[in-house]
Design a protein around this ligand. Structure first.
Ligand SMILES: [Zn+2]
Length: 449
């Protein structure tokens, strides 16, 4: 049995009804938390077990690992790229940048993107990402390539391929097949990987593709991961082509439900909120990305009032969930002109709803500090200059802690990051290799219209 014992940690679960233990211990066995309590390690737990790893936290703060419920690893090669164009709308941004970049990615670029974005995620304290992948020039096998890279660095992941008609019907069908292939490949395995079915967005997925998708998914119990009403173009297209709003279209196609994720939902109306709530479909908001694309921010207050679960993701804009949940709070306060709003809501979204979403996607309890939950946690080198207790723990996390204070990251009971470094990789070699790949990606990008 693989064991990891952490002693002398300040254990903080910053949930609405969370707890703080000033000095305590945590034992992980075979990837699962099997005990945690205040004080010294009891004698029966302390007895040395052969092969057990031990960490003296020396007063560092132990938190559940952060979860990113909407990510695009493949965005990594956009760093420093020049599009040579001026984008005037959300559709321009897609056409000028993202739909040229994803077509430029081959196997090695996918692997490197997952490795580097995955390392950034881990080092900033994220232990699970729910990723939405696109590489139209390399579809079959792409999710396994990402999964291999992420498993190597030790990051838990839920992967899907974004089905779209924008590269022809063959591309759409290949996307469907890659989702079901990967879902079947990992569903019986006990590793770090889980699968969903991804769709780009309503406005790039035809009814023919939706029918093919239903047929090929068959009786599998999958969740769907789809962008919804991120820009106005999506809702306009649905009403014009299908005579119904997007969420109604997704509902008619059988894509809603508690295992699914509706991303963004900036432009949805009250009838769509009602459908999302009725079906138990969570919404994941991505504030920094929405602001960057100037598409507006979603009506989160109305969503919550309608009974929708709202989680937080980064949309690939950053790997840093500390940055993202901070910007979610200030963005929503700004949107609603309410300087006192959304504190409890952002806490709930970041700590509890993201945990609910990932737990449903993976089929195991993730994002919680309790016996039986996945042993995914972080040690933060945080000095607390003011009292820290169960009532104000999220305040310390929000205003005091940050990604650069993350010292150690444990996923599935294994140490993935120690002293800020991702273990088991040679970063210099990877960097050198990745820059060669970047050259090929950028040259391909420049050739595309
Ligand atoms: Zn996205």
């Amino acid at each position: 049995m693989a064991e990891l014992l952490v002693r002398n940690a300040r254990i903080v679960y910053p949930a609405t009804r969370g707890f703080v233990v000033d000095r305590g211990w945590l034992l992980a066995q075979d990837g699962v938390i099997s005990g945690l309590a205040a004080g010294d390690v009891p004698v029966d737990v302390a007895r040395l077990v052969a092969g057990r790893q031990e960490i003296d936290a020396a007063g560092m703060t132990l938190l559940p690992g952060l979860l990113n419920t909407h990510m695009h690893l493949y965005s990594m090669y956009s760093r420093g790229i020049g599009t040579g164009r001026v984008s005037h709308s959300f559709l321009d941004v897609l056409q000028d940048l993202w739909w040229r970049l994803d077509r430029s990615l081959l196997k090695d670029a996918c692997w490197m993107s997952a490795t580097f974005s995955g390392m950034d995620s881990l080092r900033s304290g994220t232990t699970t990402i729910v990723d939405h992948h696109a590489s139209p020039s390399y579809i079959a096998g792409s999710l396994s390539t990402l999964s291999d890279a992420l498993s190597k660095i030790g990051l838990r992941h839920v992967l899907s391929y974004e089905i779209t008609d924008r590269n022809g019907i063959q591309g759409a069908v290949a996307g469907v097949d890659e989702n079901t292939r990967f879902f079947d490949e990992v569903r019986e395995k006990k590793g770090l990987a889980s699968g969903m079915v991804g769709l780009h967005a309503s406005f790039t997925v035809s009814d023919v593709t939706l029918t093919t998708l239903r047929e090929r998914v068959g009786s599998r119990k999958v969740g769907y991961h789809v962008h919804v009403a991120e820009g106005a173009v999506d809702e306009e297209d649905s009403v014009e082509k299908y005579g119904k709003r997007i969420v109604t279209r997704l509902d008619d196609a059988g894509l809603l439900g508690p295992r699914s994720i509706a991303v963004h939902c900036v432009g949805i109306d009250a009838s769509e909120r009602e459908l999302l709530a009725k079906s138990g479909t969570p919404v994941v908001v991505n504030t920094m990305s929405n602001m960057n694309n100037a598409v507006g921010l979603p009506a989160v207050r109305e969503m919550l009032k309608a009974g929708i679960q709202v989680g937080i993701g980064t949309d690939g804009y950053t790997a840093n969930m500390f940055e993202e949940f901070r910007n979610t709070l200030v963005g929503l306060r700004h949107r609603y002109e309410d300087p006192a709003g959304f504190w409890a809501e952002v806490q709930q979204a970041q700590i509890e709803t993201n945990a609910d979403i990932v737990s449903r996607c993976t089929g195991c309890t993730v994002g919680r500090l309790e016996e039986g939950a996945a042993a995914d946690f972080i040690l933060v080198d945080y000095a607390s200059p003011t009292p820290l207790n169960s009532e104000n723990a999220f305040g310390h996390m929000f205003f005091g802690m940050s990604a650069d204070l993350v010292d150690t990251v444990v996923v599935n009971g294994n140490v993935a990051v120690k002293g800020h470094h991702v273990l088991g990789v040679n970063r210099e070699d990877l960097e050198r290799e990745s820059r060669k790949v970047a050259k090929a990606v950028w040259e391909a990008f420049d050739r595309l219209s």
